[in-house]
Design a protein around this ligand. Structure first.
Ligand SMILES: [Zn+2]
Length: 318
């Protein structure tokens, strides 16, 4: 049996906040760690539950993770993300993207300058797609202490990856070691302190049980990175790539019996959505298209209060 220990610091002293159910019907709670202030999924999902959650359907069954129009939308935001990183780097910089997915973010960087591209991705369809991009030096697996020399990297990026890590503290320690002085760490993750998180609790899209193991409020995370020797350069809360869809899917989750039905449909996971009629999926798609502009606006408002559903940071190593 799994025990109730913090997904970040492993302490066993925590408070239960609310229940949640994953797409396989497993029950968890979201707890708040009394030691490190992380929020985490309890009990820690078993290896078997995690293996099931990361099978081929997670990465999308086809050539791309999502269907064409959705991939096109994401491409646009990937390029903007690459541009935001590019501003802080010199030509020829060595960049590592941890959890590089299909490698398109790294590839986008080459639109803006010359870079040495390194990626790490878990085995699966995304890694197979990244392996086809010849400019990327790809490692399949996870970051290990000896993968890179000390102070050898100009930038390390983790986009919606940190919250998935089973050994997050060790990963931050390795990153701190391999990044050069004045080097950049750029990362994004769900904001557990967001309006969406508070409104939808266990049904919030970005809770994504059982894959998201822990969360930090943006302020607590800034303090944590300070301890690791990083200063904050920028913090972005208005993120159209992730946040408005969080409203769409979380509000649908209030109505549908299973969570993330439309999201799985967009990934082509036909097994998961087989209990839903074509008309139901079509209605959910129409709601998505119709409500999206409104939710871009509400996300903009939430970002004034730093309460957008996800947050992106750029840190510099002191
Ligand atoms: Zn903790």
């Amino acid at each position: 049996m799994s025990k109730t220990f913090c997904g970040y610091c492993k302490a066993e002293d925590s408070k239960v906040l609310y229940p949640t159910i994953d797409i396989f019907g497993n029950h968890f709670t979201v707890n708040h760690c009394n030691k490190c202030q992380a929020y985490f999924l309890a009990p820690r999902p078993t290896d078997k539950q995690l293996a099931q959650a990361y099978d081929s359907s997670y990465y999308g069954e086809k050539d791309e993770k999502f269907e064409g129009r959705v991939e096109g939308f994401i491409d646009y935001f990937r390029r903007n993300r690459a541009k935001r990183l590019h501003k802080h780097l010199k030509n020829g910089a060595k960049v590592l993207d941890i959890g590089c997915g299909n490698g398109k973010f790294l590839k986008s960087l080459t639109l803006f300058g010359k870079y040495e591209l390194n990626g790490i991705e878990m085995e699966g369809n995304s890694a197979n797609r990244a392996a086809k991009i010849k400019e990327i030096k790809l490692k399949i697996g996870s970051l290990k202490p000896d993968d890179f020399q000390a102070e050898s990297l100009d930038a390390v990026t983790l986009f919606h990856v940190f919250e998935h890590l089973t050994e997050p503290m060790e990963t931050l320690e390795i990153i701190t070691k391999i990044v050069k002085k004045d080097g950049i760490v750029m990362m994004s993750f769900p904001n557990i302190d967001s309006f969406q998180s508070r409104m939808f609790k266990g049904k919030w899209l970005h809770l994504d049980p059982p894959r998201h193991l822990f969360f930090f409020s943006p302020n607590d995370f800034k303090d944590l990175m300070e301890v690791f020797g990083f200063e904050l350069i920028t913090e972005k809360h208005w993120l159209t790539e992730q946040n408005p869809y969080g409203m769409v899917q979380s509000s649908l989750n209030l109505i549908t019996k299973k969570r993330e039905v439309l999201y799985e449909a967009l990934k082509g996971n036909t097994d998961y959505v087989q209990g839903y009629s074509k008309a139901s999926i079509m209605l959910q798609r129409l709601y998505f298209i119709g409500s999206f502009p409104l939710f871009i606006f509400t996300d903009w408002v939430a970002s004034w209060f730093k309460k957008g559903a996800t947050v992106e940071f750029i840190f510099r190593k002191k």
